[in-house]
Design a protein. Sequence first.
Length: 217
Amino acid sequence: MARIAVFGASGSIGHRVVSEALDRGHEVTAVVRDPVRVTRTHPALAVLGGDVLDPASVTVAARGQDTLVSAVGGDDAAGHEALIEPSAEALVAGLHALGAEAPRLIMVGGAGSLRTPGGGPLWDTPGLPDQVVRIMRAHGAALDYLRRIDGEVRWTSLSPSAQIESGSRRGAYRTALDDLVVDEEGRSWISTEDYAKAVVDEIERPAHIGRRFTVGY
Protein backbone atom coordinates (compact mmCIF):
# COMPACT_ATOMS: atom_id res chain seq x y z
CA MET A 1 0.00 0.00 0.00
CA ALA A 2 1.29 3.45 -0.94
CA ARG A 3 0.40 6.86 0.42
CA ILE A 4 -0.38 9.12 -2.52
CA ALA A 5 -1.23 12.83 -2.68
CA VAL A 6 -2.85 14.10 -5.88
CA PHE A 7 -2.93 17.77 -6.86
CA GLY A 8 -5.76 18.49 -9.29
CA ALA A 9 -7.76 15.62 -7.87
CA SER A 10 -11.09 17.01 -9.07
CA GLY A 11 -10.01 17.26 -12.72
CA SER A 12 -10.69 14.84 -15.56
CA ILE A 13 -7.42 12.96 -15.09
CA GLY A 14 -6.87 13.61 -11.40
CA HIS A 15 -10.14 12.14 -10.21
CA ARG A 16 -9.50 8.99 -12.22
CA VAL A 17 -6.04 8.64 -10.69
CA VAL A 18 -7.66 8.97 -7.27
CA SER A 19 -10.26 6.31 -8.08
CA GLU A 20 -7.72 3.91 -9.59
CA ALA A 21 -5.45 4.24 -6.56
CA LEU A 22 -8.29 3.75 -4.07
CA ASP A 23 -9.61 0.73 -5.96
CA ARG A 24 -6.13 -0.83 -5.68
CA GLY A 25 -5.92 -0.39 -1.93
CA HIS A 26 -3.79 2.75 -1.61
CA GLU A 27 -4.28 5.67 0.75
CA VAL A 28 -5.01 8.87 -1.15
CA THR A 29 -5.03 12.55 -0.24
CA ALA A 30 -6.93 14.62 -2.79
CA VAL A 31 -5.40 18.11 -2.90
CA VAL A 32 -7.66 20.75 -4.43
CA ARG A 33 -8.12 24.51 -4.18
CA ASP A 34 -11.75 24.04 -3.13
CA PRO A 35 -12.28 20.89 -1.00
CA VAL A 36 -16.06 20.97 -1.48
CA ARG A 37 -15.49 19.95 -5.11
CA VAL A 38 -14.46 16.48 -3.96
CA THR A 39 -17.74 14.70 -3.31
CA ARG A 40 -16.50 11.11 -3.17
CA THR A 41 -16.14 9.47 0.22
CA HIS A 42 -13.92 6.48 0.96
CA PRO A 43 -12.26 5.19 4.15
CA ALA A 44 -8.82 5.61 2.55
CA LEU A 45 -9.49 9.07 1.07
CA ALA A 46 -8.58 12.37 2.71
CA VAL A 47 -9.25 15.80 1.21
CA LEU A 48 -6.88 18.72 1.66
CA GLY A 49 -7.07 22.31 0.46
CA GLY A 50 -3.90 23.34 -1.33
CA ASP A 51 -2.34 25.51 -4.02
CA VAL A 52 0.06 23.83 -6.44
CA LEU A 53 1.73 27.19 -7.12
CA ASP A 54 2.63 27.67 -3.44
CA PRO A 55 5.75 25.72 -2.37
CA ALA A 56 4.69 25.83 1.28
CA SER A 57 1.35 24.27 0.35
CA VAL A 58 3.18 21.60 -1.63
CA THR A 59 5.34 20.80 1.38
CA VAL A 60 2.27 20.32 3.58
CA ALA A 61 0.59 18.05 1.03
CA ALA A 62 3.74 16.01 0.37
CA ARG A 63 4.81 15.42 3.96
CA GLY A 64 4.46 11.74 4.89
CA GLN A 65 3.52 10.65 1.36
CA ASP A 66 5.25 8.07 -0.83
CA THR A 67 4.27 9.73 -4.12
CA LEU A 68 3.06 13.19 -5.08
CA VAL A 69 1.04 13.32 -8.32
CA SER A 70 0.37 16.56 -10.17
CA ALA A 71 -2.62 16.31 -12.50
CA VAL A 72 -3.32 20.03 -12.78
CA GLY A 73 -4.24 21.80 -16.00
CA GLY A 74 -5.62 25.09 -17.23
CA ASP A 75 -8.91 25.80 -18.99
CA ASP A 76 -7.18 27.21 -22.08
CA ALA A 77 -3.74 27.96 -23.49
CA ALA A 78 -3.20 31.00 -21.29
CA GLY A 79 -4.22 28.97 -18.25
CA HIS A 80 -1.75 26.23 -19.10
CA GLU A 81 1.04 28.75 -19.68
CA ALA A 82 0.36 30.33 -16.30
CA LEU A 83 0.18 26.99 -14.50
CA ILE A 84 2.16 24.08 -15.92
CA GLU A 85 5.82 25.14 -15.77
CA PRO A 86 5.30 27.39 -12.70
CA SER A 87 3.66 24.47 -10.90
CA ALA A 88 6.63 22.23 -11.73
CA GLU A 89 8.93 24.81 -10.13
CA ALA A 90 6.70 25.13 -7.05
CA LEU A 91 6.41 21.36 -6.68
CA VAL A 92 10.18 20.95 -6.76
CA ALA A 93 10.67 23.81 -4.29
CA GLY A 94 8.10 22.31 -1.94
CA LEU A 95 9.74 18.89 -2.12
CA HIS A 96 13.16 20.40 -1.47
CA ALA A 97 11.89 21.57 1.91
CA LEU A 98 11.40 17.94 2.94
CA GLY A 99 14.94 16.92 2.06
CA ALA A 100 15.53 13.19 2.16
CA GLU A 101 11.95 12.64 3.34
CA ALA A 102 10.47 14.01 0.10
CA PRO A 103 8.26 11.63 -1.90
CA ARG A 104 8.76 11.01 -5.59
CA LEU A 105 6.94 13.27 -8.04
CA ILE A 106 4.83 12.15 -10.99
CA MET A 107 3.59 14.90 -13.32
CA VAL A 108 0.89 14.56 -15.93
CA GLY A 109 2.65 15.72 -19.08
CA GLY A 110 1.76 16.56 -22.64
CA ALA A 111 2.18 14.77 -25.96
CA GLY A 112 3.47 17.71 -27.99
CA SER A 113 7.19 17.04 -27.61
CA LEU A 114 6.90 13.34 -28.53
CA ARG A 115 8.49 12.29 -31.82
CA THR A 116 6.02 11.31 -34.51
CA PRO A 117 6.67 8.49 -37.02
CA GLY A 118 7.84 11.23 -39.40
CA GLY A 119 10.62 12.18 -37.03
CA GLY A 120 9.52 15.62 -35.83
CA PRO A 121 7.73 16.58 -32.61
CA LEU A 122 3.96 16.35 -32.58
CA TRP A 123 3.61 20.11 -32.03
CA ASP A 124 5.16 20.71 -35.48
CA THR A 125 2.29 18.87 -37.19
CA PRO A 126 0.86 21.19 -39.89
CA GLY A 127 -2.59 22.55 -39.21
CA LEU A 128 -2.64 22.31 -35.44
CA PRO A 129 -4.56 25.22 -33.88
CA ASP A 130 -2.39 27.81 -32.14
CA GLN A 131 -4.20 27.19 -28.83
CA VAL A 132 -3.31 23.49 -28.98
CA VAL A 133 0.33 24.20 -29.80
CA ARG A 134 0.59 26.64 -26.90
CA ILE A 135 -0.79 24.04 -24.49
CA MET A 136 1.65 21.45 -25.84
CA ARG A 137 4.58 23.81 -25.45
CA ALA A 138 3.55 24.69 -21.89
CA HIS A 139 3.90 21.03 -21.00
CA GLY A 140 7.15 20.87 -22.96
CA ALA A 141 8.57 23.74 -20.90
CA ALA A 142 7.71 21.88 -17.68
CA LEU A 143 9.44 18.75 -18.97
CA ASP A 144 12.52 20.77 -19.92
CA TYR A 145 12.59 22.18 -16.40
CA LEU A 146 12.39 18.73 -14.82
CA ARG A 147 15.23 17.54 -17.02
CA ARG A 148 17.37 20.52 -16.00
CA ILE A 149 16.99 19.77 -12.29
CA ASP A 150 17.45 16.02 -12.71
CA GLY A 151 18.79 14.53 -9.50
CA GLU A 152 17.31 17.19 -7.23
CA VAL A 153 14.03 15.28 -6.86
CA ARG A 154 12.83 11.87 -8.01
CA TRP A 155 10.56 12.86 -10.86
CA THR A 156 8.63 11.16 -13.63
CA SER A 157 6.59 12.80 -16.40
CA LEU A 158 3.90 10.74 -18.12
CA SER A 159 2.85 11.94 -21.58
CA PRO A 160 -0.46 10.75 -22.98
CA SER A 161 -1.08 9.79 -26.59
CA ALA A 162 -1.94 12.46 -29.14
CA GLN A 163 -5.59 11.88 -28.21
CA ILE A 164 -6.79 11.26 -24.67
CA GLU A 165 -10.45 11.12 -23.76
CA SER A 166 -12.88 9.42 -21.42
CA GLY A 167 -13.64 5.86 -22.46
CA SER A 168 -13.28 2.36 -21.12
CA ARG A 169 -10.59 0.80 -18.97
CA ARG A 170 -9.03 -1.92 -21.10
CA GLY A 171 -6.37 -2.63 -18.51
CA ALA A 172 -3.64 -2.81 -21.15
CA TYR A 173 -1.52 -0.29 -23.04
CA ARG A 174 1.87 0.05 -24.70
CA THR A 175 4.69 2.28 -23.50
CA ALA A 176 7.54 4.23 -25.09
CA LEU A 177 9.95 6.91 -23.95
CA ASP A 178 10.09 9.87 -26.34
CA ASP A 179 8.24 8.43 -29.35
CA LEU A 180 4.50 8.73 -29.90
CA VAL A 181 2.72 5.38 -29.48
CA VAL A 182 0.75 4.74 -32.68
CA ASP A 183 -1.49 1.77 -33.47
CA GLU A 184 -1.65 -0.21 -36.72
CA GLU A 185 -4.13 2.27 -38.17
CA GLY A 186 -1.85 5.20 -37.46
CA ARG A 187 -3.93 6.45 -34.55
CA SER A 188 -2.37 7.60 -31.27
CA TRP A 189 -4.85 7.42 -28.42
CA ILE A 190 -5.49 6.35 -24.84
CA SER A 191 -8.49 6.56 -22.54
CA THR A 192 -8.24 8.63 -19.38
CA GLU A 193 -9.07 5.46 -17.48
CA ASP A 194 -6.06 3.55 -18.82
CA TYR A 195 -3.86 6.64 -18.49
CA ALA A 196 -4.78 6.68 -14.80
CA LYS A 197 -3.95 2.99 -14.62
CA ALA A 198 -0.52 3.75 -16.07
CA VAL A 199 0.07 6.39 -13.38
CA VAL A 200 -0.74 3.95 -10.58
CA ASP A 201 1.22 1.16 -12.28
CA GLU A 202 4.26 3.47 -12.24
CA ILE A 203 3.67 4.21 -8.55
CA GLU A 204 3.53 0.51 -7.72
CA ARG A 205 6.40 -0.53 -10.00
CA PRO A 206 8.75 2.42 -10.54
CA ALA A 207 10.43 2.14 -13.93
CA HIS A 208 10.90 5.72 -15.11
CA ILE A 209 12.42 7.79 -12.30
CA GLY A 210 14.20 10.76 -13.82
CA ARG A 211 12.53 10.14 -17.21
CA ARG A 212 9.52 10.93 -19.33
CA PHE A 213 7.51 8.06 -20.77
CA THR A 214 4.30 7.78 -22.71
CA VAL A 215 1.43 5.33 -23.10
CA GLY A 216 -1.00 4.42 -25.86
CA TYR A 217 -2.89 1.54 -27.42
